[in-house]
Design a protein around this ligand. Structure first.
Ligand SMILES: [Ca+2]
Ligand SMILES: [Ca+2]
Length: 212
């Protein structure tokens, strides 16, 4: 019997580790763009723009998601950030949007150019050409070095989309930021095995009783 239980244990434990969950975060806590001309942050849409754009100032956009639904002990396998481009201009340069992690989550929709968290710009996740109407998705944030352990601990992720070529005429208007996270829930170490071994102990005790 014990041999079968150990076989069951060997089968069950990897299954539990590999039970991947995917959560789509499509309701950001805050999403706004700031511009360098001193206007208040706008939540009407998101935007990037270089200095030669047709609207005032340089534009860059901040997005915050509450990811507290993901258990702190989870192992994050992948994370993709997607937005939907509604309008773009191209000049000497294509409008590339560079995606960055922001370490400071203390901002809110009052953020503006002077109060933005530029000092806490962290990991860069690469750039995407945003000169296309429709969905744009950046490369996997986990593969890009996202320190997801820190964001699971504080339950908040803040992201910045910034124009890669600040000198270009590269206004982009985009909406609907979405973060899609796939993670595995790891069982508490040893608890599953202990539970199964405990069960085997009960069975062994019953067998011993019956043998008396
Ligand atoms: Ca965080
Ligand atoms: Ca958490």
């Amino acid at each position: 019997m014990r041999k079968y239980l150990l076989a069951l244990c060997a089968f069950l434990v990897p299954c539990m580790v590999q039970a991947a969950e995917t959560v789509v975060f499509d309701d950001p806590t805050f999403a706004a763009y700031v511009d360098s001309s001193g206007n208040e942050a706008s939540e009407d849409y998101l935007s990037i723009q270089g200095t030669d754009g047709t609207l005032p100032g340089v534009h860059q956009s901040y997005v915050m998601f509450d990811i507290g639904i993901i258990p702190d002990g989870a192992i994050v396998e992948s994370a993709y950030f997607t937005v939907t481009v509604e309008e773009f201009e191209t000049g000497d340069f294509y409008p590339y949007g560079a995606l960055f992690h922001i370490g400071d989550d203390s901002w809110d929709d009052e953020i503006d150019w002077s109060t933005q968290s530029s000092g806490s710009i962290g990991t860069g996740f690469g750039s995407e050409n945003m000169a296309a109407i429709g969905e744009i998705t950046w490369d996997d944030l986990v593969a890009g070095g996202w320190n997801w352990q820190a964001d699971l601990a504080d339950s908040v992720i803040s992201l910045l989309v910034s124009p890669e070529y600040a000198q270009s005429n590269n206004f982009v208007r985009f909406v609907d930021p979405v973060l899609t996270v796939t993670y595995n829930v790891v069982p508490v170490p040893g608890s599953a095995a202990l539970a199964i071994l405990g069960l085997s102990g009960v069975i062994a005790a019953r067998r011993r009783k019956r043998n008396l």
